[in-house]
Every structure is written in structure tokens, then in C-alpha cells.
Design a protein around this ligand. Structure first.
Ligand SMILES: [Zn+2]
Length: 166
């Protein structure tokens, strides 16, 4: 897994050349944005260790397989004090099997992409405009209902930019 600094506050971790997750510095350690493919937990933990800070929380942009693959393994390794954060719209998409029902007002397009589901349930849910550490939460549902992007207001970096469709 390749670790690349993207700003003074953020590091991009890349697997298979195009699957990314991010470590964002906060005062108490890292917020991990997304959890990459399954089998990535050891590499993600090693990357944080190499950067000299612990992962304090896991934050999801959305429920697709390349973003949630290592959530359960990471939470098992990091322990129960780790906060796991998503939003309410993503909850049914994280179930096993996922509930792909559309809500009133959403596109009539079926929800696309692989949704493997995870065992863990988020311990905190964010809403549009909420601040999470240094990150401003922005709803960006074009890629999939519930998709979130996060603006690091310290340096203007927008995490979770995903082209639509999947
Ligand atoms: Zn996706």
C-alpha cells in the first residue's frame, strides 16, 4: 500500500493503483476516511504507525466495497474505543444483505455498485453541515445515496470526491 502526503494534514493510502483511503491528522491522532478493500487492515495500521500517530476514528464516505472492505477488521484490531462514523442514509446500505430501497425524492435509478455489508454498526451519525474535527460534512449523493464528502477547512482539501456513476 502506497502512502502519499496530499497536504500537511492528509495522507493518501493507495492499493492496486486506484483504491484510496485517507489518514487525516487531528490533535489526538488520525481520522481514517474509508477503509479500502478487504485485506487492507494491516497495511493501513502500518501506514499510521509509520506516520507516528494512532487511528482514533473511522469515517465513511459511502458503502461501496472499495470503501468498507476493511472496516470490521480495523475495528477488531483497534478496539471498542474507536469511533465509527457514517450517516443515517448509509445505514441500510451497510446491512448484510444491503437494503437498496430508494427513499422518496431520490433518483429512480437503481443503486449500483457492490455493497458487501459489514458487521459493525456506526457509533456516530453525521448530518450535512456538521463539523467533525477539522472536517466539514457535505452530502454529495450523486454517486450513491448517502454519499458524504469532507472538507478540511485548514487547507481546503475535499475528501470523498467520487465520480458518478460507480
Ligand atoms: Zn463508490
Amino acid at each position: 500500500m502506497r502512502s502519499t502526503p496530499v497536504t500537511a494534514n492528509g495522507h493518501q493510502l493507495t492499493r492496486l493503483r486506484f483504491v484510496n483511503c485517507y489518514l487525516v491528522h487531528e490533535t489526538d491522532g488520525f481520522t481514517l476516511i474509508d477503509a479500502n478493500l478487504s485485506g487492507s487492515a494491516d497495511d493501513i495500521l502500518a501506514a499510521a504507525r509509520a506516520l507516528g500517530a494512532p487511528i482514533r476514528r473511522i469515517l465513511l464516505t459511502h458503502a461501496h466495497v472499495d470503501h468498507v472492505g476493511s472496516v470490521d477488521a480495523l475495528l477488531a484490531r483497534l478496539g471498542p474505543e474507536i469511533e465509527f462514523t457514517s450517516n443515517a442514509r448509509t445505514l441500510p446500505l451497510l446491512q448484510k444483505p444491503p437494503d437498496k430501497s430508494l427513499l422518496p425524492g431520490e433518483s429512480n435509478e437503481p443503486i449500483r455498485g457492490s455493497l458487501p455489508g459489514i458487521d459493525a454498526r456506526p457509533t456516530r451519525l453525521l448530518t450535512e453541515g456538521e463539523r467533525y474535527g477539522s472536517l466539514l460534512c457535505i452530502e454529495t449523493p450523486g454517486h450513491i445515496p448517502g454519499h458524504l464528502a469532507f472538507l478540511d477547512e485548514r487547507d481546503g482539501t475535499l475528501y470523498g470526491v467520487t465520480l458518478s456513476p460507480a
